[in-house]
Design a protein around this ligand. Sequence first.
Ligand code: ADP
Length: 490
Amino acid sequence: MKKLFGKISEELNKVKILRSLRFRISILILFVGLVCCVGMRFGILRNYLDRAVEVRTSDVQSQMQILADHLISYQYLNESSSDVVNAEIEQVANLYDGRVLVIGRNFSVLKDTYGIASGKIIISEEVIKTFRGEYISHYDDTNKYIEITVPITENVDGKSRIVGCILASVSTVPIDQNVEILSRNSLLFMFMIIIAVLAFAIFLPKVLLRPFNRVSDAISEVKSGFSDEKIEVNDYIETEHIVDSFNQVMERMRTIEESRQEFVSNVSHELKTPLTSVKLLADSLNNQEDVPVEVYKDFMSDIADEIDRENKIINDLLSLVKMDKKSTDALNIEKVDVNALIESVFKRLLPIAQEAKVDLIFESVRQVTADLDEVKFTLALTNLIENGIKYNHEEGYVKVNLDADYQTFTITVSDSGIGIPEEDQKNVFERFYRVDKSHSREIGGTGLGLSITKNAILMHRGSIELKSEPDEGTTFTVKVPISYVEGGAR
Ligand code: ADP
């Protein structure tokens, strides 16, 4: 059943107009208007009919009661030939356009204004009930009459006794005629209301949805580039929400655009610097005559250094793109022995540590095996340890500590180096950010290392924090889940 409804609504949704909110509100107003109108009309008519039948019944009942009293006082049940009483019975029957039967003892019909049943015996359920003292009234909707019975009660020696009953059926044609007139008038009235409802159904949604049109116009203006302003449509809470969300999206896009432009200009600048040096070196060689071979060699080695640098920047940029945490390249996750991984990084960095006269210390609290992309994680760790060596003093140290609980493993990389000033700490993970540009450049830094590290760790759903004191040293704390859950929350 649910499936069937789902299918029907799917089919309906394919019809374009049915998906229009304006159309739906129109249909709703029309439907509610029509149901109310028709319901009200039938309610009023029904109510009038019930009430009119009730009034007529009690009217006839009291007339019959008066008649019953007259029958007793004229002793009609003993002697039914009284002209006065007969005339009164006829008159009452004519008055209500109906038939009156007077039933005496032994259920014999003493008088029938139609003259059909006179002298006959009537033992119907109603008559028996009336002889027991009940007043009965019954409205026959199909044949349009009301049947009423009234007991004839005689008082003898202070005791009352039912000696007969009057059975009257009166026509309800006059009531029906009134209902008909009322029905005709109300039909006219209903048509007028329906026209009003129709007008409402057409124009109200248009007015109600105007603010939404304004939202869509404003968005179109922004989309087509006419405006860059924040939009404001505060007519409804709903439009306010839509507009707020749209403004937030725009703000986000603006920020992304700004950072993209900044990145492009930084990249261009960084790539231009080695090229400018190469050009300067080449020009100065070209402008000199009879340059000695040693000077040539010297300049050529400088040019080679600059080309190496350019290469390093390009490689780092490529790594960064690959490490973009939104990158579609999936991580190549496998079970990795983290202790062995750290040791292999140490092995590779040992020559530069020795050259810088910096000690490398590895403390492992426990053996850790985790789900990692070995290449990316090695790169992240290499950058941290290499920085510890690069931004250190002679005779300094870089200490790596590995620990884990049942969910996460933690690597801290602490050094005894130059430290990072407080105000720079929040920026060092930004692309191309360097605390001391010339020092970093001197030691072959590109300003991309920490961004690569951070992205690689975020890709593993981990986190990285930094604590540093200038002239005392820096500690990076990396926490990564031991088990990698695809698509899991970070
Ligand atoms: P770079 O290639 O310049 O080293 P990074 O992104 O790796 O770029 O680092 C950004 C900047 O953060 C560095 O230029 C340096 O100023 C600072 N920095 C990074 N690691 C350390 C550290 N261990 N000690 C002191 N300063 C550091």
